[in-house]
Design a protein around this ligand. Structure first.
Ligand code: DAH
Length: 347
């Protein structure tokens, strides 16, 4: 009997190792431990064993049963692993070299953003941040852009349904709608409401417009905003700062010019043009790069600053336009396509 049990285990071990599928497994299990299986048959022979040998034989049968169960469990695990492998497809050889080896690089927009922040930090600006999901107050009202202003037209950005709530984005007025910010100017308001002047911040970030994509438009692009609030700030300070940052970024010979314009939150307001003919691929004399002006007293009143004491300038510019000028890129869509042939040029 003992020899038969040992042989049973040895045979089971060999049979189970060869199993490939669940039906095969179920059949083998029935054959071994099922009610009509081999082990059950042996147990039935216990009656023929002499009485004094029965306890030892009972123990042996139990051990055999345990061992068979272990072997069955192991076989099932192996079949399951095989099934998973079949789902995952052919196995990967991790020792093969990557088809596209090499370190990652910074995205050109990141490079320009970081360089601008570095240039501005050198003259005392600190980096401020604001949410991309904004409320009407920070994006428009506080920036002296009332509800009937053309910039508020529903076409201009993406509004959330009135029921939408963003617990981490504070609202100034109850019932205000959330929207994707159209410009980084909202960070001006958030910063001023946080503390007293003087203020000197730069805030880069992503903005959204309901624009149809083409070579120079994208519904989602990046801006860089600056705000400076102190006593006796003049347009001359603004012009000097813009000359400094663009010369630092694009090199000596870069010029800026102001064209009168209208923005609700600055008075006077200007559009800023850039001339950098020394750069490769810049063949236009003037490239429009952003808007700026002296902070409108009504904005100061909204945030609780005394406009007879404080003065300031603000400007905002498009980072894509700047990177396109710097690197000679002629289509804004390259920035978002993740084409390595494009991105690797900035390594
Ligand atoms: N927010 C404006 C835009 O997106 C740009 C701008 C204009 C920013 C004047 C300013 C500013 O800070 O003073 O077109």
């Amino acid at each position: 009997m003992q020899a038969t049990l040992t042989a049973l285990v040895a045979k089971a071990q060999a049979d189970l190792a060869a199993l490939k599928s669940r039906p095969e497994f179920e059949a083998a299990k029935a054959r071994l431990v099922g009610p009509n299986g081999e082990l059950t048959a042996l147990m039935k022979q216990m009656g023929t064993v002499p009485k004094e040998e029965r306890p030892a034989m009972g123990k042996l049968i139990n051990e055999t049963k345990g061992r068979l169960q272990e072997l069955l469990d192991g076989a099932l695990r192996q079949i399951e692993a095989g099934e998973l492998q079949a789902q995952l497809g052919p196995s990967v050889d991790p020792t093969l070299p990557s088809p596209d080896a090499g370190p990652g690089t910074y995205h050109p927009l990141t490079l320009v953003r970081e360089e601008m922040c570095r240039i501005l930090r050198k003259v005392g600006f600190t980096v401020a941040d604001g949410p991309e999901v904004e409320t009407e107050f920070y994006c428009f009202d506080a920036l002296n852009t009332p509800a009937d202003h053309p910039a508020r037209d529903a076409q201009d950005t993406f509004y959330f349904p009135e029921t939408a709530r963003f617990g981490n984005v504070s609202r100034k007025n109850p019932g205000e709608k959330y929207l994707l910010r159209t410009h980084t100017s909202s960070v001006q308001i958030r910063t001023m409401l946080k503390g007293a002047p003087p203020i000197r911040i730069v805030s880069p970030g992503r903005v959204y417009r309901r624009d149809t994509t083409d070579a120079s438009h994208s519904a989602n692009f990046h801006q860089l905003e600056c705000l400076y609030v102190d006593r006796n700030v003049t347009v001359r300070d603004l012009k000097a700062l813009l000359d400094y940052i663009f010369e630092s970024l694009l090199g000596a010979g870069t010029k800026t010019r102001f064209r009168p314009h209208y923005f609700g939150y600055t008075e006077p307001s200007f559009e800023v043009d850039l001339s950098a003919k020394h750069l490769p691929k810049v063949n236009k004399e003037w490239i429009e790069i952003g808007g700026c002006g002296m902070v409108d007293p009504s904005v100061f009143e909204t945030v609780g600053y005394d406009s007879t004491v404080w003065s300031g300038y603000a400007f905002g510019m498009g980072l894509e336009r700047l990177a396109m000028t710097l690197y000679g890129i002629d289509d804004i869509r390259y920035f978002y396509q993740n084409d390595l042939r494009f991105l690797k040029q900035f390594a």
